[in-house]
Each structure stands twice: as C-alpha cells, then as structure tokens.
Write a protein that binds this ligand. Structure first.
Ligand SMILES: Cc1cc2nc3c(=O)[nH]c(=O)nc-3n(C[C@H](O)[C@H](O)[C@H](O)COP(=O)(O)OP(=O)(O)OC[C@H]3O[C@@H](n4cnc5c(N)ncnc54)[C@H](O)[C@@H]3O)c2cc1C
Length: 474
C-alpha cells in the first residue's frame, strides 16, 4: 500500500551533497531509506524518538561485524553503511537453508546474546544474506577438487593452475592464480584455519581469535606453524563466463621476443584487473623456442582482444586462441594441460622494476641453450597487480604485493642421471636472475634463493620476517 508520510530532515552540507545522487531503496513503518554514494545509506524517520533509539543501538554495537556502521545522525536521520544482499526470508525461499547459513545464524544469535539484547527473535526482514558464501576444505583437498566443488555451483575460486597441488599448501604460501588480480591471492579469501600445534592442541584462528597466527598463515608457506586440518574460504560472487586465452608464439625470433617482453611489462601497468596471464619464454626439446601465454579474462572476447591488442602485431607467427566458456570449464582446461609428473628444479623471484632491452636480452640468453639432458627450460612471468596490490604488504604474511611479476625459472629433465648437471646449470643461471629481482616466492621454494646480503627469511617474507619469528616463538 502506498504510504503518505511527509519527510523532513536537518541535513548538513555533506549530506545535502550525498543526497543529490540518492537512490530510493524502500519505505517502511518508521521511515524511508535511500542509497547514497560511498556504500552508504540514509534513513529518514517520521518520529525523532525512534530515530534516536535506532542510532543509540547502532553506536552501542559499532564493534560488531553483524551490524551496519553508523557514520552520523541528526534528529530525523541516520547515515549508515549500506547493506547489500537479500532479506533472510526471501533468501531461504529461493535457496533453502544451507548448513553454512544455519551456522551463521547460530553465530548471529550468540552475538545478540553477547551484546545483551533481550529480544533474540529478530525479524527476517532485518537480516540480510549477501551473495558471499563460504567453503570449508579439509587438508588433503587438492586444487582440482576445490575447483570442482566451487565451479559446479558457479563460483570462481582464485586457486592455482596445477590440479594436484593441495589447496592448503597452495594457500599457506599466498597462492598465485589466473584470477588473482580480480579475486585476490588464495590466502586473501581465507576466513578461518584450524590446525594442530606442536603440543597436539587444536587451534582455530581467524580475524578475531588467534589473529596473529591467522596473519602468519596467510603467506608463511607450508609446514611452519603446525599441521593445518581445515581451511574456510569466503567465495567471490558467482560469475559464469570467462575468456580463456591460449597463445603460442612458436619458433619466435629473438628480437621479436625482446620486443614482446618490453611491451608486456608496459601493458601490465595499466591492465584491467579482470585479466591475468602467465607468459612463459620456453626452450623445449620437441617444440623449439617460443612464448606461451595462458590466461583468464573475466569478460568477453572483445575485452580480451582490447587488452591483448598491443602485443598482437609484435610477433609474426604462432597461434592465438580465445574461448568464451564457463569458469569451471576454463579452469579444467588449464589444469588438464599440466603433466602428470615432472623432474625439475625451479625458483620464483619477484620483479619490482621495468627491464631494459639489455636486461631482457640477457634473461633470454640464459635459456638459449638447455642444460645437458634437459627437455625444457623456461623463464616465466606470472602477473601480479590488481587487487593483490590493494592489500598492504603487512596486512598478511605475504609480503611481495607491490611487485609487478613473479619471475619463475625452471629446468626440466627426464632421466634421473641428468639431475646433477641440470641443478648445477640452474644454480649458475639463477645468479643473474637474483641480480635483477628482489625476494623469493615461498610457493616456488629454492635452496639457493638467498642473495649474499639477505637471509632466506628476508627473501621470502621481506619486512614481515621479524614478526613471523616472534609469532613462531610464542
Ligand atoms: C606443477 C606445479 C604447479 C604449481 N602452480 C602453482 C601456482 O599456479 N600458484 C601457486 O601459488 N603455487 C603453485 N605451485 C606451488 C604449490 O602451491 C606449492 O608447492 C605448495 O606448497 C604445494 O603444496 P602441497 O601441499 O601440494 O605440497 P607438499 O609438497 O605436500 O607440501 C608443501 C609444503 O607444505 C607443507 N604442508 C602440506 N600440507 C600441510 C598442512 N596440512 N599443514 C601444514 N603444512 C602443510 C609441507 O610440509 C611442505 O613443507 C605449483 C606447484 C607445482 C608442482
């Protein structure tokens, strides 16, 4: 039924300006609510006593994550945080009552009790369920299984490329993936970890409980703080379709390869965060020398072509393939392209600067000849930036958030007798890579990672290494 209230409120200049872009959200018995810029909402009341009592409650519960933040209020209005999502009763009608929702409601009622609310049967219409669901995995669940569980329900997940890597090991080291520039590193989606410490005690940690350990587990790498038994992740909103990029510039000319890398570092600076790629300059026994670019773009082929346009004319031969497919399928294709088994030595270092033509040339010269018995060697650029960089370096143990790329280097061989010669070859070449990079990626660990001036802890964890040591001592 249409209401006939007349509203008036004592807005100051800031509110007047916000209100110019207000969007009506709805009208109830107590007043009318508008969405305003900056993820805020203004509620205007008909009764100033109700306005005051609602504002008083919001101030009292301002430390609780279950209530919207209040920014200010007047006699007849409240400016508060905008709450997105669906009304609880509508949500249940459409989606049913999941185990996770029951768990969240249980925690909510406990919070009401802790805040000393006397009326605990809150109305459904006052509770909103947002799209972000959670997924909990036991240790042992591998990337492939996690992608299957989330992807089949239409959720993307910022996991890694390799199907057999465990989700826990991947996440403990930060977790780079093709979705990371849009959805964050694997560790950025963690909300809770359960582990068993060296005394056999089960410890739960999240942002409220054992916060320091939770901080450490997001980037410290595997095996450093006990045995993780489960991890709970916050899932991003559902996304159906992505463009899978698969480019192979086979038998690339050396000069063209230098030009390509020069351009690649340029386009990454301004690249849409919906895109991320792995670019590998390879020297393979069966395919020769080339550049392979694999990536995901959370957008259509048109957007993808715009992003890749600057590099298309640089190289004169090879294949360029775009597939607009669902996210589950795209991740499956990426995973299926990994070999079942490999003998290799590798390392990952961080690129913090633009390389000159001379530096690019020297880099490519490192893989001009393979080690004896090697079937493959590559220098690979794993894209960073986007939302990875929006998180501060000391917000989690994963330190190297401001780098432009992870530079991966590897040598692969088949016959075990070639292992020593490949390792020696690799360590010699790594010296030059160390001189133009800064810090090591703990998920691509390497015994020889540290330079003369830094310990391995400083290489992996930068300025976070001291705090990690203190947490370890506790
Ligand atoms: C082919 C391949 C591709 C890869 N691609 C990517 C990628 O795209 N992005 C990326 O970020 N990384 C990638 N990695 C690296 C991978 O994420 C790390 O090597 C990771 O540590 C592997 O974890 P795991 O548990 O599978 O391996 P493991 O070798 O079993 O474990 C690695 C370390 O973690 C510890 N660990 C394992 N489980 C637990 C647990 N439950 N609790 C505590 N510690 C534990 C182990 O003790 C060990 O120290 C790749 C690795 C491979 C081999």
């Amino acid at each position: 039924m249409a209401r006939t209230y007349a509203y008036s409120a004592d807005f100051d200049k800031e509110l007047e300006s916000l209100f110019k872009d207000a969007k009506l959200l709805g009208e109830g018995h107590n007043g009318i609510v508008y969405e305003v810029p900056g993820n805020k909402a203004i509620k205007i009341f008909t009764d100033k006593n109700i306005c005051k009592s609602e504002a008083d409650i919001l101030y009292k519960v301002k430390k609780s994550k279950y209530f919207p933040r209040i920014y200010k209020n007047g006699e007849y209005y409240i400016l508060r945080e905008m709450v997105n999502g669906k009304r609880l009763d509508h949500y249940i009608q459409e989606n049913g009552l999941s185990q996770q929702l029951i768990y969240n409601l249980y925690r909510l009622i406990n919070e009401f009790k802790a805040l000393k609310f006397t009326k605990l049967d809150a109305r459904c219409r006052d509770i909103y369920v947002n799209e972000n669901e959670r997924v909990k995995v036991q240790a042992g669940v591998r990337n492939r299984e996690l992608y299957e569980a989330t992807g089949r329900k239409g959720y993307p997940f910022p996991g890694g490329g390799c199907p057999t890597v465990s989700a826990v090991g991947f996440t403990l080291g930060g977790g780079w993936g093709y979705s990371a520039r849009l959805l964050g590193l694997g560790c950025d989606r963690l909300v809770e970890v359960e582990l068993i410490d060296c005394n056999g005690q089960t410890i739960v940690c999240n942002k409220e409980v054992n916060e320091d350990l939770f901080w450490a587990l997001r980037g410290c790498g595997g095996g450093n703080f006990g045995v993780v038994t489960s991890m709970t992740y916050n899932l991003p909103p559902k996304i159906d379709m992505v463009t899978l990029v698969n480019i192979d510039f086979t038998h690339i000319d050396f000069e063209e390869n230098v030009n390509l890398l020069e351009k690649w570092q340029e386009i990454y600076k301004v690249m849409d965060k919906r895109a991320n790629f792995k670019l590998a300059c390879y020297n393979s026994s069966d395919r020769g020398k080339g550049v392979k670019i694999v990536g995901l773009v959370y957008g259509d082929k048109k957007l993808t072509n715009e992003i890749l346009k600057p590099i298309k004319d640089i190289v004169s031969q090879g294949s360029y393939k775009l597939d607009y497919i669902d996210i589950f399928e795209a991740n499956k294709i990426i995973q299926d392209s990994h070999p079942e088994f490999e003998r290799y030595k590798s390392a990952g270092r961080f690129v913090y600067k633009d390389y000159t033509r001379e530096e690019i040339t020297k880099l490519l010269e490192l893989i001009d000849e393979r080690a004896e018995g090697a079937t493959y060697t590559a220098i690979t650029f794993y894209g960073l930036g986007g939302v990875i960089k929006e998180v501060k370096s000391d917000s989690t143990a994963f330190y190297h958030r401001d780098a432009q790329f992870i530079l991966g280097f590897q040598s692969v061989w088949e016959e075990p007798r070639f292992a020593p010669v490949n390792r020696k070859w690799f360590v010699e070449k790594l010296e030059y890579i160390k001189s133009i990079t800064d810090g090591g990626f703990i998920n691509f660990p390497c015994e020889e990672i540290n330079s003369q001036s830094k310990s391995y802890e400083e290489e992996y964890y930068g300025e976070n290494s001291e705090l990690l040591k203190l947490i370890k001592e506790k």
